[in-house]
Every structure is written in structure tokens, then in C-alpha cells.
Design a binder for this molecule. Structure first.
Ligand SMILES: N[C@@H](CCC(=O)N[C@@H](CS)C(=O)NCC(=O)O)C(=O)O
Length: 201
């Protein structure tokens, strides 16, 4: 599909080959084809100026730096727990592809190697979320989001980590119920404030 509609690969795999990911959009009103969620958000902000902006003017550099810190470090332990758990929900064809993609991306032989000491990994995931909480706390309660009361793209990236564990372990699971208490319950409050963005309309 990527090649057929002329989309750019989003990333390069460790072996140098292109990586094609979702989401990908083709805007029927302009003909534009855009891949990568952040670039899609930037495109929509620019093309439909009368809608709320996910990258308000001047915020893109800091938002990209924040997302990089989240995705390449702080949330890595939670990510490992989530990707391994998610594998079991996929259909057989996707499951194999996912196993290969995850093993390549993390440099492991099999994905189970990522969660050998699950208890220790949960403890590290908790430390990671405490760090994110400290960043959010810098907002001094001016609103639940990074920019206070204005939602931005980076909040939505973090929201995927308040939605994903709830979805895969289940809202009544010990894992999710435990997470809700983290950061003196602030993780649960933040998850709640981001929950309204979980539904695609
Ligand atoms: N930077 C990309 C990452 C997207 C991404 O990793 N998508 C995953 C699904 S959540 C994917 O399409 N994986 C396919 C693969 O690795 O083969 C974005 O934000 O859109």
C-alpha cells in the first residue's frame, strides 16, 4: 500500500531497509499522503487551521524532545511489558510478524527474553512513570496536560501508555489497579483526564 500510494517509509530498520508503519493517511480533499503520526498531526494542523492545534506555534521542538525522552528511554520498561503481552492478542500471521519486528527492534532472539524478570521490570516501569509524573508536576496544577489546560500531541503520545496497559491487562486487573495508585494516585488522575481521547470518531 505504501508503495502504491507513494508514501514515504517512516523509519529505517537496523539493517538499513525501510520500515513501513501505521498510521498512514491519504487526504481525499488534497491528495496528500502522509505517514508517521506526528507528521500527520502537523499536516492536519497546517491544512485545517480552524481546528484545535496539536502543535501550537512554537511548541514543536520541545514536544519532539519530550516524545523522544518518553519513547527512547523513560517508558521503555513499560513498553517492553506491553509489547510482549500484546503479542498474544494478535492473529497467527500478525503474531509472527510482530515477534520478528519486536525481536529485531530490541536486538533479542525471542520476545520473551524482554520480560525474563517481570517483577523487576514492573518496578523499573514504575520509576519511569514517576519521572514522567515529575515533568507533569512542573505544570503546578494549572491543568492536567503538559501545557496546562491545552492538550498537545505529546500528551496524546503519553495517553497511549495510559490506555494500552488498561486495554491489554484489563481495567479490573491487578496490574492496572496497581498502576492507578502510582505517583500517589496521580497516574490514575492523569489517565482519567486523557481517557476522553481514547475513542476514535
Ligand atoms: N513513528 C511512527 C511509529 C508507528 C508504529 O510503530 N506503528 C506500528 C504499529 S503501533 C507499526 O505499524 N508497526 C509495523 C511494523 O513494525 O511492521 C508513528 O508515530 O506513526
Amino acid at each position: 500500500l505504501y508503495k502504491r500510494i507513494g508514501a514515504n517509509p517512516t523509519e529505517t530498520k537496523p539493517d538499513g531497509s525501510p520500515r513501513y508503519t501505521l498510521p498512514l493517511i491519504q487526504d481525499a480533499s488534497t491528495g496528500a499522503v502522509v505517514s508517521d503520526s506526528a507528521l500527520i498531526a502537523e499536516y492536519l494542523d497546517a491544512t485545517y487551521p480552524d481546528t484545535p492545534k496539536l502543535f501550537p506555534p512554537g511548541t514543536a521542538p520541545l514536544q519532539y524532545a519530550f516524545m523522544d525522552a518518553l519513547l527512547r528511554g523513560t517508558l521503555n520498561d513499560l513498553l517492553q511489558l506491553c509489547v510482549v503481552k500484546s503479542n498474544s492478542f494478535l492473529n497467527p500471521g500478525s503474531r509472527e510478524h510482530h515477534r520478528r519486528a519486536i525481536s529485531t527492534s530490541f536486538g533479542t532472539e525471542k520476545i520473551e527474553d524482554l520480560v525474563l524478570d517481570e517483577k523487576a521490570l514492573w518496578a523499573k516501569a514504575r520509576v519511569g512513570l514517576a519521572k514522567v509524573d515529575a515533568w507533569y508536576q512542573k505544570g503546578k496544577g494549572e491543568g492536567p496536560y503538559l501545557m496546562g489546560n491545552t492538550i498537545c500531541f505529546a500528551d496524546l503520545v503519553f495517553a497511549s501508555y495510559t490506555y494500552w496497559p488498561k486495554k491489554i491487562w484489563g481495567k479490573d486487573s491487578t496490574q492496572w489497579q496497581d498502576m492507578l495508585t502510582w505517583n500517589e494516585g496521580r497516574f490514575g488522575v492523569l489517565a482519567e483526564s486523557l481517557a476522553k481521547f481514547e475513542t476514535v470518531i
